[in-house]
Design a protein around this ligand. Sequence first.
Ligand SMILES: *Cc1c(COP(=O)(O)O)cnc(C)c1O
Length: 410
Amino acid sequence: MDTVQKTDPEVARILMGERARQEATLEMIASENYASSSVLEALSSSLSNKYAEGYPGKRYYGGAEFADAIESLAITRARELFLAEHANVQPHSGASANLAAYMAVLAPGDTVLGMDLSHGGHLTHGHPSTLPAKVYRFVSYGTEPDGSIDYEKLEALALKERPKLLLAGFSSYTRSLDHGRLSAIAEKVGAVSMMDMAHIAGLVAANGLPSPVPFFDIVTATTHKTLRGPRGGMILCKREFAKAVDAAVFPGIQGGPHMNTIAAKAVAFAEASTPLFHSYAKAVLENAKVLEQELLRYEVNLIFGGTDNHMLLLDTMSSFGLSGKESQEMLEAAGISVNKNVIPDDPRSPIDPSGIRIGTPSITTRGMGREEMREIAMLMCEVLRSSGKKAIVARARKRISALCRAFPTP
Ligand SMILES: *Cc1c(COP(=O)(O)O)cnc(C)c1O
């Protein structure tokens, strides 16, 4: 920061403001995390200056010796970490990884069967305002009232719709999927199977959750959520899809790869293979379970009944008489950062839905554990039941600040 401070104090002020905000806030947005200083160092390396369109050994630019070396290393590490036949580490984000995966296996107008957005699916799984939804025909499946997925119903739907692609994966579903069952349904209807493991990639890497990689033709991921690397995406696939996937990423939807980000991905893959990261993933899952138990004790209505992963979806409307937006704002005033979220078939709008989503990846990276989860659950409920009373919110804010000081960000 010293150089920016000297050359551009205006930007430096903003950067330091964000750093201070992250330090002083309890980050419970389930998709966020703190990357290590090694990851951040790789991100700010001179590889940021390098153009390297193409793939290792087949570049459209000269001077790619080190670009080739770093991308080959990232690919090897990704394949070893996830036991994948092929890896593409170039996607700039999870959304780009999904777009490229669609392009690799679909023709315009083809049908995709994916999870309903309000039941936990992601925007990139067919929201009408996205490009994929304008190019392909998305049909959605949902969850049952108890939070499970009725695979017989899903199979019947697949037989009726005959999708070219069966898409699994989620950003606000808190239960586990039956990978074997999903890939069997895809096989039965002649669809390519794809899993978007954006949220859980780190937990899968650390064997905290079962890996979808052996079961699906294509698996996409982000590298910045539980995987704790740089912002970015990746695609893993079976050998037979390798060529189509690579061509869809470049030149299909992207230009030059961000080599600095690829270097940071390589660092993150190595970090994720360590015993330390394995304990981290275990703690993320345990902390989510403690939060679940505590919130249930405070009679909070948890959508899907609870959690099998790192996140929880709270029905704040029925639990506290507060919309998701109101809950988010009240918690923010107390120093807890969360996001409003729709619940299955939400009667309210996505701008002000019925719930909030919380997650444990960031607070676990800070080293918080069981005791802290108990306190956080209590403080959250106090704030959400405070009717905005200033004294209660201020007291919670003080306790949150103390927690943040006791557990600094890396
Ligand atoms: C986060 C997420 C994405 C999008 O990732 P970006 O990097 O924000 O583009 C895609 N799919 C799922 C399931 C996600 O959770």
